[in-house]
Write a protein that binds this ligand. Structure first.
Ligand code: ADP
Ligand code: MG
Ligand code: MG
Length: 196
């Protein structure tokens, strides 16, 4: 897929809408295996992102990614703020190095950055379990809404090895990972931003 400034802004707007709509559900997911704040963390963060876009009117995709990075890093607490912040920072790094980079390369940079920061591997029941198959599918030009849904469902039977959910050990089994779900919303919004 292709990404430009307009599509990028639309992506963030759609992601914000989905996050606000699913705020309570994200909190619910973060209750049995976490501390019930993922909905609030993401809702506050994306509200700030939209406000920042309106205030600053970024004039390039690079400027947009930079703004999203700094907003998420400074306004979102918990594990997800620094991790989502790292994701956008990793994307920015690739785009800065070569602004003709394909979008799958840029997203790969985001995934690498999440893993560098959080040290999670595929199968640890984190957002990485959505990011990794999404990036791979995009590289193979096979990313669909179904691929994203399946990736998030696949976190259910896993035992958490990273983050707060790892504290509950075996009791994390049988629950969808909240960060995987919010990442699924991010990528569903990305696909929708291009459909328009
Ligand atoms: P906190 O756990 O600090 O309360 P959130 O509830 O906002 O933060 O976010 C939790 C989500 O963060 C998890 O569902 C998981 O997807 C993600 N996460 C936690 N630790 C890691 C990690 N080390 N690597 C990747 N993702 C992680
Ligand atoms: Mg939490
Ligand atoms: Mg927390």
């Amino acid at each position: 897929m292709n990404m430009d400034l307009q599509t990028g802004i639309r992506w963030m707007e759609l992601f914000n809408e989905d996050i606000q709509q699913n705020k309570d559900y994200l909190t619910q997911l973060d209750t049995p295996i976490g501390d019930s704040d993922h909905g609030n963390n993401m809702s506050r963060g994306m509200d700030q992102v939209i406000q920042a876009i309106e205030a600053e009117s970024p004039d390039s995709l690079e400027a947009l990614l930079k703004l999203v990075t700094s907003t998420l890093l400074s306004k979102v607490g918990g594990a997800s703020g620094p991790l989502y912040g790292s994701a956008f920072m990793g994307m920015l790094k690739i785009l800065k190095g070569d602004n003709t980079s394909s979008w799958d390369k840029v997203l790969r940079g985001g995934l690498d950055s999440i893993q560098k920061r959080g040290k999670a591997e595929v199968g640890d029941k984190t957002m990485v379990d959505v990011w990794a198959p999404v990036v791979k599918s995009l590289e193979n030009k096979q990313l669909t809404h179904v691929v994203i849904e399946e990736a998030v469902e696949a976190t259910k039977p896993l035992k958490a090895k990273k983050g707060r959910a790892s504290y509950v050990g075996d009791r994390s089994i049988g629950h969808i990972d909240p960060g995987a779900y919010s990442s699924a919303l991010l990528f569903q919004a990305m696909l929708k931003s291009e459909e328009k």
